[in-house]
Design a protein around this ligand. Structure first.
Ligand SMILES: Nc1ncnc2c1ncn2[C@@H]1O[C@H](COP(=O)(O)OP(=O)(O)OP(=O)(O)O)[C@@H](O)[C@H]1O
Ligand SMILES: [Mg+2]
Length: 710
């Protein structure tokens, strides 16, 4: 710095010698302002800027020490947050400062903190409030000044500088320091705001990436500006592919027009066409298929531009569950309906079948009416078969569980069925032997196999040679397999499988979706009950059924039945006509007059005397009077006034020695199980013939006579 008057060029205005320090100071201040400005413009945070600022300011003043104090919010003190020394000679002073923290109003920094104004101390030794006197004197420091870093009301810290020469207060420097404090304050505020913004962005990013719903932002032109991974996954793209893409690419053709019209109308009128929350729309996957979506929209405005945010949920799975639920509810109500009708119908059939067979026996085969009676019996038996299908579908068929060899059963059925299969269809079998038994109701499994095999045969076009192949196997089914089989509700384990393949016409999607519906048929003579019953039977056996089919490729039905846990009981010897004759008093309790009449006539024919009662209560009353003369009771399960179950209980109380048989059109496994050990003598499935009734009665009375009460 020039201070020498002799060296001053003539052209320059004369500067008084005593003003030279002012000029020096002026340049110092310019330098301070300039370098601080440059540091603040280039630094990213106060942490990075502070040491440079201390060095620049102290350097410009040629002072050896600079310190920064920033408030510690929790403790309400000012600790030393940074320092700069020209040489290590001053390191001891800085170290002493680092160990100090000032409360508001204490020491030089605390004083600046409380007054929010720059302070100058010409000689620290003269200032009683200066608390770091010892380290200062030790290091030869005697003059200092400090200024606050602040913006408005906000206080960010104090900068403090020391030198080793006593100097009077430099007002100009203090003024510069004041404005520098504001400048630094502004910088701190800006970097903090930026940091808050970055933190918020980071947390939003974490939030959107964690969300299992898709999140997207688009502009008014439907360009995707932001998408999270979940959104990308829903549509089968990567996030990078989605950003910048046109949203229209993610919707089917039909939705595009609606979407664009919706946005256009909103931008024009501010009106929303539909509710923006949980709106059902259809998306389009990269692979081309449609995806059911639920979307909630939001909208915001920035610098006059509109942006839309969508939260997108893939509801494929929910929809599938809903469909399943609706389907099963539908099937259930149909089941109740079918079961109810079949139950009443069975009672009527009991009357028809019993009476007609009685009539045939009375008139004998030689009578001219016998042919007509036989036809009537055959027709009733077909009707009985139909009700059996309905009851099986409703899960209410008779259920007698026995260990059953599926391979042997298929072999037997093949013989029976051969005659009803057209010539151009070959029935082939590939049966595993020996096959472990399944716990099954033989009659129902027979029905199941027949329904599947006949369907297979009927699917083969006329005059077109084809094959129906029946395969039995054992197999292990684990949870993933069962899930793929669509049978999550049955337990993993060992299964016996039955597959019926045909190389017939196969089925298209729309047929496939309805084949298990009762009364769905594509056949001229079909009733549409075969598969409904098959499904009911499989359900009743805790098994699973799956169909594989496509047009022209034939069809395979695969059934899984759980491997049995029971052991085989000895087969019963069939009764002969002779042994069916009996005697004694039998009580028939049934609310259906036709059933009562038929049972009465039939039993009388076999030598019994018969009393009848209309309902449970009448039955119990009658039982109370004549129980010591009774040979047996035949009790209907479902009756008004008092149910069969309740009547049975009361009868057991009055006289447990009389055999009571239950009769029903329903499958009453549960009731029978409940009454096991309570003296239930037998079960009679409706409709029954007089002979079947006599045979069952014979067994029951025989057991009772032998004292073999269950
Ligand atoms: N193996 C198969 N190949 C092709 N289509 C089949 C096959 N099995 C069933 N179907 C289709 O499913 C429909 C329903 O079958 P389901 O057995 O329930 O009734 P149906 O055979 O029409 O009548 P029903 O069995 O009562 O006499 C059939 O009409 C047919 O369209
Ligand atoms: Mg069928």
């Amino acid at each position: 710095m020039g201070g020498d008057e002799l060296g001053t060029p003539k052209r320059e205005p004369a500067v008084p010698r005593e003003r030279a320090p002012d000029r020096e100071r002026y340049e110092q201040r310019l330098l301070i302002q300039y370098s601080a400005g440059r540091i603040l413009a280039n630094a990213e945070s106060m942490d990075a800027a502070a040491p440079k600022l201390l060095e620049a300011i102290a350097g410009a003043l040629d002072w050896p020490v600079g310190l920064l104090w920033t408030p510690h919010d929790e403790d309400r003190v000012l600790p030393c947050a940074g320092h700069w020394e020209r040489t290590t000679q001053y390191a001891g002073f800085a170290a002493a400062c680092r160990e100090t923290a000032f409360a508001s109003d204490a020491g030089l920094p605390g004083h600046v903190w409380s007054t929010r104004a720059p302070v100058w101390i010409a000689d620290v030794r003269e200032d009683s409030a200066f608390s770091r006197l010892e380290p200062a004197v030790d290091h030869g420091l005697c003059c200092g000044f400090a200024f606050p870093i602040m913006l408005g009301e906000q206080f960010y810290g104090v900068m403090e500088f020391f030198t080793d020469q006593i100097q009077p207060a430099d007002e100009g420097l203090l003024q510069i320091a004041g404005s520098l404090g504001y400048q630094i304050g502004e910088f701190v505020e800006r970097t903090r705001a930026q940091q808050r913004l970055a933190e918020r962005e980071e947390s939003y990013r974490a939030l959107t990436e964690t969300a299992s719903d898709g999140i997207m932002t688009i502009d008014a032109a439907s360009t995707v500006l932001l998408a999270n991974t979940a959104a990308a996954e829903i549509f089968g793209y990567t996030v990078e592919e989605l950003i910048g893409a046109d949203l229209s690419a993610l919707m089917p053709e039909s939705m595009r027009v609606l979407h664009q019209a919706g946005i256009a109308r909103y931008l024009e009128t501010g009106r929303r066409g539909r509710a923006w929350q949980a709106m059902r729309v259809t998306g389009r996957h990269r692979a081309g298929y449609e995806i059911p979506l639920e979307v909630s929209f939001g909208e915001y405005n920035r610098q006059g531009k509109h942006f839309f945010v969508g939260v997108i949920r893939d509801v494929t799975e929910r929809q599938r569950l809903n469909d399943m639920l609706r389907q099963s509810a539908k099937l259930e109500s149909l089941g109740v309906l079918a079961g109810g009708i079949a139950h009443d119908f069975n009672n009527l059939l009991t009357g028809i079948l019993g009476n007609v067979s009685l009539a045939l026996e009375t008139v004998g085969d030689a009578h001219p009416a016998s042919g007509a009676l036989r036809d009537a019996i055959e027709a009733s038996e077909r009707a009985a078969h139909l009700t059996k299908q309905l009851l099986a579908y409703a899960g209410k068929g008779r259920f007698v569980i026995e260990p059953t060899d599926l391979s042997a059963l298929v072999r037997e059925i093949a013989v029976l069925i051969q005659s009803s299969i057209p010539k151009h269809v070959a029935l082939r079998m590939d049966l595993e032997e020996p096959l472990p038994p399944v716990d099954a109701d033989i009659a129902q499994i027979q029905q199941l196999v027949m329904n599947l095999v006949i369907n297979g045969a009927e699917a083969i076009p006329e005059n077109h040679p084809g094959t129906v192949l029946v395969v039995t196997r054992t197999q292990e089914a684990d949870a993933p397999y069962l899930a793929a089989f669509g049978a999550e509700d049955i337990a993993p384990g060992k299964y016996v499988s039955l597959s019926v393949h045909d190389n017939g016409a196969g089925m298209d999607e729309s047929t496939l979706s309805r084949i298990f519906d009762p009364f769905f048929t594509t056949k001229f003579t079909g009733r549409g009950l075969g598969l409904a019953a098959a499904a009911g039977i499989v359900r009743g056996h805790k098994g699973a059924l799956k169909v594989f089919s496509s047009p022209g490729q034939g069809t395979t039905f695969k059934v899984l039945l759980p491997m049995g846990v029971r052991t085989r009981s000895k087969p019963e010897e069939p009764g002969t006509g002779e042994s069916l004759l009996g005697q004694g008093l039998v009580l028939v309790v049934d609310d259906e007059p036709l059933v009562r009449r038929t049972a009465k006539t039939g039993l009388e024919k076999y030598g019994y005397s018969v009393l009848t009662a209309n309902n449970g209560r009448e039955g119990v009353d009658c039982f109370r009077e004549v129980h010591d003369q009774l040979k047996a009771v035949i009790l209907d399960m479902t009756m008004p006034v008092m149910s069969g179950e309740e009547a049975l209980e009361q009868m057991r109380l009055i006289d447990p020695g009389v055999p009571v048989m239950l009769s029903s059109g329903y499958n009453e496994v549960e009731a029978i199980r409940r009454f096991t050990g309570k003296g239930l003598a037998g079960f009679l499935q409706k409709p029954y013939t007089a002979a079947a009734l006599a045979e069952e009665l014979r067994t029951a009375i025989g057991d009772a006579d032998r004292g073999a009460v269950q």
